[in-house]
Design a protein around this ligand. Sequence first.
Ligand code: SAM
Length: 495
Amino acid sequence: MLQAELSCTLSVKTTALIARTYLVLSVSGLQYINLTNTLCCAASYHTRLVPQPPDLVKWVRREGGFVHQAVKIAPQQDDAYGLGLLASEDIPKGSLLISLPVHIPLKFESDDGNGADSVLVNLARQVPEELWAMKLGLKLLQERAKVGSFWWPYISNLPETYNVPIFFQGEDIKNLQYAPLLYQVNKRCRFLLEFDQEARHTLENLKPNDHPFGGQQVDASSLGWAMSAVSSRAFRLYGKKTADGTRSNIPMMLPLIDTCNHSFKPNAQILQEEDVGNEKSEMKAETEIKQDSPLLLNYGCLSNDLFLLDYGFVIPSNPHDTIELKYDGALLDAASMAAGISQPNFSSPAAWQQQILSRLNLAGEAPILKVTLGGSEVVEGRLLAALRVLLASDVETVQKHDLNTLKSFSAEAPLGIANEVAAFRIIIALCAIALEHFPTKLMEDESLLKQGVSAASELAIQFRIQKKSVIIDVMRNLSKRMKLLSSKEAASAQG
Ligand SMILES: C[S@@+](CC[C@H](N)C(=O)[O-])C[C@H]1O[C@@H](n2cnc3c(N)ncnc32)[C@H](O)[C@@H]1O
């Protein structure tokens, strides 16, 4: 195992303690809020809100929408992905699959009038921008509570529960073993608990006509359901034109289209007719779709953190997955000691180096210290540039290159091979330290999965396996690059 090999050569154990304080990864001491007493969580994630909901395809057609005759709803991947759309016959590339007239998507219209709607708008104002899904979730809850809602045929087809971490038991939240995600889960849970109180306070003593949820109480559980329904299904498309003629992207729920599951190699795409007053939302075949193949959309090039938080699944070997570290001079000193680099002065850079760190936003008044490893960049450019610069002793050599070259992973050893190898060795040491901070080893995780665990534990364990794999892939990648550089150096010394 690469993990074992590297931790021997880099004598990580001696520095792990020093590093503990600086790693964003570290979960020790992090409090987590357990919401499972408050939030309900049923056993099956793909049961619909009502046992036999109306036929969604028929509803869309009845409402003036179009559904290709070969598009069918069916369970996907032995129900592991819930329902999905399937082609019942070959569909040629470019075919229109689904078209929804403008009145079918569910949106949050903040220009609604007064009474119940104004209460809803006021509640929505208290939702922070980053939790936009809760805003549309309020509209969804309102329609769910409304007798005879236009959207009931759609809403009744939604899953009854969501397998997202806000519904995990405390033990499974801990099982994630990754502080940045734990932080996000806590933030969402805390918000839901506070918003539950806020909503109760706002709704008490309202006249029946002013009550946005038809007199029904909302709580953290129903709010969490609505937020998850939206975060796992909404798309950002053009909204109405504003007074200045511009259009902003607004989240909306696209009935039936949102039954499509995700793939980074999609065979369908969403398009929007831009004619004013006729903004149809359409889904077209991006490639030819063979009979019995699923129709797949790309939800976005997201990390597993976002897939898990918003959608409740994790993608193995996700090329967009990364791990977060906190940039810190003392941590880098510890890593360079572990890597056997004898010049650990990252905590006290020279004035010219400090200036470059400020330009990289890693020092100065409001630095952004979160840096990432993995994903398409492999090493975040700012971290790579910082290491290259801090390991250079000669300001003139550094000044020959612009910042973009110094940040580029594909720029081969801009400050020389020795400098590059030292930078890579330090990043590998950082990776080894990061791996040490996970309470379990990969092999233990894998054997836990083989033993059989609950669906939530399985997701949490898969998530941390993927995070560890990201780190190991970065180590492999850098080791390969180091070998290549060393052999080039040897060849040029001989020649
Ligand atoms: C937009 S909905 C798609 C319809 C959904 N499968 C259903 O049963 O209603 C997104 C949800 O589908 C599931 N899903 C979609 N793509 C998936 C994938 N590649 N792997 C696992 N689950 C997936 C997840 O539960 C996700 O939250």
